[in-house]
Design a protein around this ligand. Structure first.
Ligand code: HEM
Length: 344
């Protein structure tokens, strides 16, 4: 039988590992209430003027948060430029010539640094800016949970593999969302983000020329500004929601019911499969969509690099001091062997 000290160490280690694996449990809406009381007002005013300059910017900021969270968690890694030690996410296929709003995030960061230097993470700024964008464009409000740490590294290949492509079929979409702890209902609700913003011809060309589950007059219209041949016109834009691309409403779902989804992946949500009923519900009930969307955004914001695939050893440097100290204490006692920890 194990002796008492090693039994005690095992329990301490178990508690520690549970802690390491559940950093999202630390997120809270009032995380900066003392250290940065003006955070929300500061972010909102910069987002507001950016959207006044260009209404599409709200969509772009919302998407940045999604693309951050789906690649090793909501850790701000999408914001990192390439360095000598890693190739960043900005140049990954889903982001290149597509992700935008980085200058607005820089402006928010400067304003926040002025108000409370060295306190607020960029990952949290993305979460607040996404919420503010939705609210300013007429969508639901929610309490954003905060307290994320920023990553010091980024991965282009993780971005290429982790962010779903517009060519994805329903099963692929469901399994990618499920793998991150998001349900099929979350997938449909979050896809309602495509009620705002624009897509490039290259993202929907195959659909408007080859697919039959598409309203013929929409196909005709979109072909007008998206030539069949690749190359020319690749970056020509079309609204994801043909009627109200700067209003956060439920018209995306009405479009899907009428076979007017712009992306292949959009129309997959209403194509005779298991998600048809959810789409129909949201198309009839803006309130249900809004509350499911807000709940799903909070869940997406909980995706953390330290859950699922866990953190790498470098991430230990970013743990709160007391955890790091306990851990180092156990290492010194010889009760923890770093090489045997499942932190790969
Ligand atoms: C379900 C899987 C999804 C796929 C396959 C997908 C794919 C895409 C694609 C291809 C574009 C157009 C990019 C371009 O052509 O430059 C786009 C735009 C956009 N996506 Fe998604 N997306 C998905 C889910 C989401 C989610 C979950 C959100 C937010 C929570 C989101 C928010 C947006 C927004 C707001 C835009 C417009 C951005 C702008 O105008 O700058 N998408 N998406």
């Amino acid at each position: 039988m194990a002796s008492f000290p090693s039994y005690k160490a095992a329990i301490t280690l178990a508690i520690l590992l549970v802690f390491l694996n559940s950093s999202s449990a630390q997120l809270s809406a009032n995380y900066y209430s003392k250290s940065c009381p003006n955070l929300f007002g500061t972010v909102k005013s910069v987002v507001h003027s950016a959207i006044q300059n260009e209404a599409r910017m709200g969509a772009s900021l919302l998407r940045l948060f999604f693309h951050d969270c789906f690649v090793n968690g909501c850790d701000g890694s999408i914001l990192l430029d390439d360095t000598s030690s890693f190739t960043g996410e900005k140049g990954a296929i889903p982001n290149r010539n597509s992700a935008r709003g980085f200058n607005v995030v820089d402006n928010i960061k400067s304003a926040v640094e002025k108000a409370c230097p060295g306190v607020v993470s960029c990952a949290d700024i993305l979460a607040v800016a996404a919420r503010d964008s939705v609210v300013i464009l007429g969508g639901p409000d929610w309490n954003v949970k905060l307290g994320r740490r920023d990553s010091r590294t980024a991965s282009r290949s993780a971005a290429n593999n982790g962010i779903p492509a517009p060519t994805s079929n329903l099963n692929a979409l469901i399994s990618r969302f499920n793998a991150l702890g998001l349900s099929t209902k979350d997938l449909v609700a979050l896809s309602g983000s495509h009620t705002i913003g624009q897509a490039r011809c290259t993202s929907f060309r195959a659909r408007i020329y080859n697919e039959s589950n598409l309203d013929t007059s929409l196909a005709q219209t979109r072909r007008g500004n998206c030539p069949r041949a690749t190359g020319s016109g690749d970056n020509n834009l079309a609204p994801l929601d043909l009627q109200t691309p700067t209003n956060f409403d439920n018209s995306y779902f009405k479009n899907l019911v009428n076979r007017r989804g712009l992306l292949h992946s959009d129309q997959q949500l209403f194509n005779g499969g298991s998600t048809d009923s959810i789409v129909r519900t949201y198309s009839n009930s803006p309130n249900t969509f809004e509350s499911d969307f807000a709940a799903a955004m909070i869940k997406m914001g909980d995706i953390s690099p330290l859950t699922g695939s866990r953190g790498d050893k470098e991430k230990l440097q970013e743990f709160p001091l007391e955890v790091t100290t306990t851990f180092i204490g156990l290492l010194e006692l010889g009760t923890v062997d770093l090489d045997r920890l499942p932190l790969t």
